[in-house]
Design a protein around this ligand. Structure first.
Ligand SMILES: [Zn+2]
Length: 364
């Protein structure tokens, strides 16, 4: 039997879905055992009950075996369930941390991962754990080209080879400056035929070799006005320039119906125009990389807790999520949270990897 690449991929995805379903059933089933010890099924397992198992147990055992067979080949998908949600892929910064990958976020819409914001080291593995599908992505939005925000792009794209996707994939990123290339320079450095680090993936630049063409949007990192990035029937994405020391950097905003999500990326809090950009956000993810006592270099790159609080308060953000935590900001977290709570009256969360933040519908 001759299968095309797409046929084979679709068959594999169908199998993966079935395995994922059974894995979820198994997880539910085992947690039932754990939390309801008086359940008759539990009693069957842990008493001197008749040797012949009940029909219910035989059925459940059969399903458990099936689920176990599949468990090694597919992580259980756990899509964010709210109609609109943001999932944290990486809540850390550039340090190697035990429980935090470097920066990365997904915007889920009706159970599909649509927008990926940043993909630093380790976020690709979290992306796999999230159950997101490459075929569903409608935009990759890079805030800036620091390693902890952009290095897992090549593995993500390589994974796309095994996806049934054919349509081009939009990708947005900043203009260059100083030591930093612009988005195009970054992509050429990675994928240009012969000269790129991964020149064998040059098809991502031009759509050759059956690879998905990247549709590039290089955005002016000095812009103090919102830049339209993507408009679909369901949501609009825009960007604005932000100050991150010498690094050309962007913040992104996604408006979904009446709901607004803002990703600050890395910024030092010196941009009054960012407050307008973030105004009235239902959810804002901000980098919290430094404590209040940060030295001049660190404070030139990242907003202090007092600055984060002032921005979130002035912009009337409903829910602020602190992410991009580093060891220095974790050590001072209690102090930083107290400073922020003293000023900012909205909901406040500290991100962990794979956290999901669903948005409540509201009128605007
Ligand atoms: Zn950075």
């Amino acid at each position: 039997m001759n299968l095309s690449r797409n046929d084979a991929i679709i068959m594999q995805e169908t199998l993966d879905s079935a395995i994922s379903f059974l894995s979820r059933f198994r997880d539910t089933f085992t947690s039932t055992l754990r939390w309801h010890p008086l359940d008759p099924l539990w009693t069957n397992l842990h008493s001197n009950a008749p040797a012949r198992p009940s029909r219910r147990w035989r059925l459940a055992k059969g399903l458990l075996i099936l689920a176990s067979l599949g468990a090694g080949s597919s992580a259980a998908a756990s899509a964010c369930e709210a109609p609109v949600a943001v999932q944290v892929l990486g809540s850390g910064g550039p340090e190697a941390q035990q429980e935090r990958a470097s920066a990365g976020y997904l915007m889920w819409l009706e159970g599909k991962a649509r927008v990926l914001v940043d993909l630093g080291g380790g976020s690709f593995a979290r992306y796999g754990a999230s159950g997101a599908r490459f075929a569903d992505l409608e935009l990759i939005a890079l805030t800036h080209l620091h390693a902890d925000h952009a290095t897992d792009l090549p593995p993500l794209l390589k994974s796309g080879y095994f996806s049934p996707r054919n349509r081009a994939l939009p990708i947005a990123g900043p203009t260059g400056g100083g030591d930093y290339p612009d988005l195009e320079g970054y992509l050429q450095g990675l994928f240009a035929a012969k000269t790129g680090a991964f020149g064998y993936l040059a098809g991502y630049l031009d759509g050759s070799d059956g690879l998905v063409r990247l549709k590039r949007h290089t955005l002016e990192a000095d812009s103090q006005e919102p830049i339209p990035v993507l408009e679909t029937d369901d949501y609009q994405v825009s960007a604005i320039g932000v100050s991150h020391g010498p690094v050309p950097a962007l913040a992104y905003r996604i408006d979904v119906g009446e709901q607004r999500i803002v990703f600050s990326g890395d910024l030092n809090g010196d941009d009054p125009w960012f407050v307008d950009f973030a105004r009235d956000a239902d959810l804002m993810i901000m980098d919290h990389a430094v404590p209040e006592q940060a030295g001049a270099v660190a404070a030139g790159l990242h907003a202090l807790p007092s600055e984060i609080a002032e921005i979130a308060k002035t912009a009337e953000v409903k829910h602020l999520v602190l992410s991009h935590l580093m060891r220095r900001s974790e050590r001072a977290l209690d102090d930083s949270l107290a400073r922020i709570r003293a000023v900012y009256p909205g909901a406040l969360s500290v991100a962990s990897d794979l956290d999901c933040f669903g948005l409540e519908p509201r009128g605007r």
